[in-house]
Design a protein around this ligand. Structure first.
Ligand code: ZN
Length: 359
């Protein structure tokens, strides 16, 4: 990665800047807060406040506002901030065939907390692209590289009650084929990085190694854009902070999954580091991959100083080459107050700038 501008690619009306033009390009894991006219602030998975055409327009306006904030903060790889979805898993599943949302079951998910989930009642099918038009809209609004998040196959399986396949693995393979079609539609819409969110990878280690990584590789088959997997310890909700208290002095969950990912076709891994008990040396298990280092804690309202961000990135640099380090947040920031989330994005960019100066 050099500081010189690479030849820009032409996409539609815009000259698209290439991902690799900036050293230590900044991005964030997924969601940002929604405006209060669209959804209840500081509430995870809050229902929409608008309906019909007003909702369609409202989501696009929110995307514009979110993009503006990202650019103001200095984010290099931008996204929709998940303004177009209510939930990072179910908003996608809602558009598939074979899943009944009127029949809900309460089930323990991530082996951690009870959730009311929809039921797989028949073979799951892909009807039409879910996010491609939103991605094309984002593409039309900016020349920055864009990243789009989708749920990973294992996390989808773990957010449903399966009354049809009765096999987590079998359902995951079906979802992988569907995700691959959606990913190809996103790529065609101009997405530069497709990220699969797999918080379930931090819980079900045997399954990750048996079929989790393999199904993820099926989901990225034939893609030319870059691919990432985000593995975190979740949003700063009580079920997650309580779980973290049981994980001991060192969180070594990544140790069980990184070796398999290092061997995989996935280009980038997004992980949690800030205020986390993950030993930084575990990053070395990903040697050769690009690493999105979480240098912003999403579980508190205290905005990091640029120096704190830089200190985390500096520690990570002992285990990942500078040209593969992507400063990022630990997870999504949807439940945070907007000003806090904006402050954290800004701190991330300023902290990355401090390290860039020293390189
Ligand atoms: Zn996350």
């Amino acid at each position: 990665m050099g500081s010189q501008l690479a030849a820009p690619a032409t996409r539609g009306y815009f000259q698209v800047e290439q991902t690799m033009t900036t050293r230590l390009p900044t991005s964030f894991a997924g969601s940002l807060p929604k405006p209060q006219w669209l959804a209840q602030p500081e509430t995870l998975w809050s229902p929409w406040k608008l309906e019909g055409g007003a909702l369609t327009e409202g989501k696009r306006d929110a995307l514009r506002v979110s993009l503006h904030d990202q650019l103001q903060a200095g984010i290099d790889i931008v996204s929709d901030g998940e303004q177009t979805r209510q939930h990072f898993v179910t908003t996608f599943i809602e558009q598939l065939g074979g899943v009944d949302f009127s029949k809900r079951k309460v089930m323990k998910i991530r082996n951690r907390y009870d959730a009311s989930v929809p039921v797989v009642v028949d073979a799951v099918t892909y009807k039409k692209p879910v996010f491609a038009s939103d991605a094309a809209f984002l593409r039309s609004q900016t020349t920055k590289p864009i990243k789009w998040a989708l749920p990973g196959p294992m996390t989808m399986v773990d957010t449903l009650y399966d009354a049809h396949y009765k096999s987590r693995e079998k359902l995951a393979w079906e979802f992988a084929v569907i995700l691959n079609q959606e990913a190809k539609a996103l790529e065609a819409a101009g997405v530069d990085i497709i990220q699969f969110d797999e918080p379930a990878f931090n819980v079900f280690f045997d399954e990750v190694n048996d079929w989790g990584v393999a199904t993820l590789e099926r989901a990225v088959q034939g893609l030319r854009c870059e691919t990432a997997v985000h593995i975190c310890y979740g949003y700063g909700i009580k079920a997650n902070t309580d779980w973290k208290k049981t994980l001991g002095a060192q969180w070594r969950q990544y140790e069980a999954v990184f070796p398999k990912l290092q061997q995989s076709a996935i280009d980038m891994v997004s992980l949690e580091c800030q205020n986390s008990k993950v030993p930084m040396e575990l990053i070395a298990l990903l040697r050769g991959k690009k690493v999105m280092v979480g240098a912003i804690d999403v579980a508190n309202h205290t905005v990091e100083t640029p120096q704190e961000v830089a200190a985390t990135l500096e520690k990570a640099l002992a285990f990942v080459d500078a040209d593969k380090l992507y400063p990022c947040t630990n997870c999504g920031m949807a439940p945070l107050p907007r000003q806090v989330a904006f402050g954290k994005l800004k701190a991330l960019c300023q902290g990355a700038a401090l390290i860039r100066q020293g390189l």
